[in-house]
Design a protein around this ligand. Structure first.
Ligand code: ATP
Ligand code: FE
Length: 315
């Protein structure tokens, strides 16, 4: 990551090590995740430096995620980042995982806050009102499963493997989105929450009734995309926001991108390789902290499994 004179930041390298070991279990195994982090982190850093054409001594600051997430895996990156910063004598910035997802998209365009940010990932479906970078109000959130989790579970149900999001997106191109009727979740609500457990149950029933996997994938995807887009559009109307940032793994979904493109809102998505978890989004978060003049984090900062980015106003 390089800070640009105008105040922006440019990604110099983005090395990602995706752990394939979890596929056989159909989900992430926490203990295996931590061990793989320990084994791979040196190579990932060396590779990123090589891609960027930099040496360790060229770094001016280090950022690492402190939470939320699986504590064992977080600890590996956090301790490594803190150690690196201390050894190099440069400032350290602890990054919030969801803020990283938001900055991955925000880096794509000149954004004037306030704007809405929809984080749709494996563990979150959260809609924030971003008053300014660092100041977030929670507008709505899922009441049960995250969107990505629902994609993964429906994919497993119809035998498409893990991770399921990309597999559903691919199968959906061959299926009929109107073959299976899904009831819109939380129909008639006045708020801006999301729910995916009903879609999941409906998918299970349709599967048992013999729906074709491709049709089920296309129909589920259409229902999931509709509830995400419609709720976000209503929130934009209610808050008067005209710009929406959509980020997290599910933001890679082509149908979701196409549907947001039809809303008339200015919608900003992360660039290629920046939707699902990556290091560049954390570096972008660190760069934003530096640009905003935030103080570096104390080296006593710990990993946190649960770390809300914002609370509902008035609670
Ligand atoms: P969180 O950020 O909430 O802690 P995470 O870091 O595990 O969760 P991400 O890496 O941001 O999640 O995203 C992974 C999720 O995105 C998975 O559930 C995956 O199925 C989903 N996903 C990835 N690509 C697509 C796609 N093309 N369509 C739909 N879902 C997708
Ligand atoms: Fe994530």
């Amino acid at each position: 990551m390089e800070l640009l004179p105008g105040g922006g930041a440019a990604v110099r390298a983005n090395r990602v090590w995706s752990q394939t070991v979890h596929a056989q279990y159909g989900g992430v195994m926490p203990e295996l995740a931590s061990r793989e982090h320990v084994e791979r982190i040196d190579d990932v850093l060396e590779g990123a430096l090589a891609d960027a054409g930099l040496a360790l001594g060229d770094l001016h600051a280090v950022a690492a995620t402190s939470g939320p997430g699986l504590v064992g895996a977080l600890l590996v990156g956090l301790m490594y980042g803190k150690g690196l910063a201390q050894a190099l004598g440069v400032p350290f910035y602890a990054a919030h995982h969801l803020e990283g997802h938001i900055f991955a998209a925000a880096a794509e365009a000149e954004l004037d806050a306030p704007y809405l940010a929809l984080v749709v990932s494996g563990g979150h479906t959260h809609l924030f009102d971003v008053l300014e970078p660092g100041d977030y109000r929670l507008v709505g959130a899922t009441r049960d499963d995250a969107a990505g989790e629902a994609f993964d579970k429906v994919a497993r149900l119809v035998g498409l493997g893990y991770p399921g999001g990309p597999a559903i997106g691919e199968a959906a191109t061959r299926g009929d989105p109107d073959a299976v009727a899904f009831k819109p979740p939380l129909k008639g609500q006045s708020g801006f929450d999301f729910s995916f457990s009903g879609l999941k149950t409906a998918a299970l029933l349709a599967h048992r009734a013999g729906a074709k996997p491709d049709d089920l994938a296309a129909s589920f995807q259409q229902a999931a995309v509709r509830t995400l887009v419609e709720t976000t559009v209503r929130a934009a109307q209610a808050t008067g926001r005209q710009t929406v940032v959509v980020s997290g793994g599910v933001a890679a979904n082509r149908a979701l991108r196409a549907a947001f493109g039809q809303t008339g809102l200015r919608v900003v998505f992360p660039g290629p390789g920046l939707n699902t978890d990556n290091g560049a989004m954390i570096a972008l978060s660190g760069a934003a902290a530096i640009t905003a003049g935030r103080a570096p984090s104390p080296l006593s900062v710990g990993a946190e499994a649960y770390a809300p980015l914002a609370t509902v106003p008035g609670t």
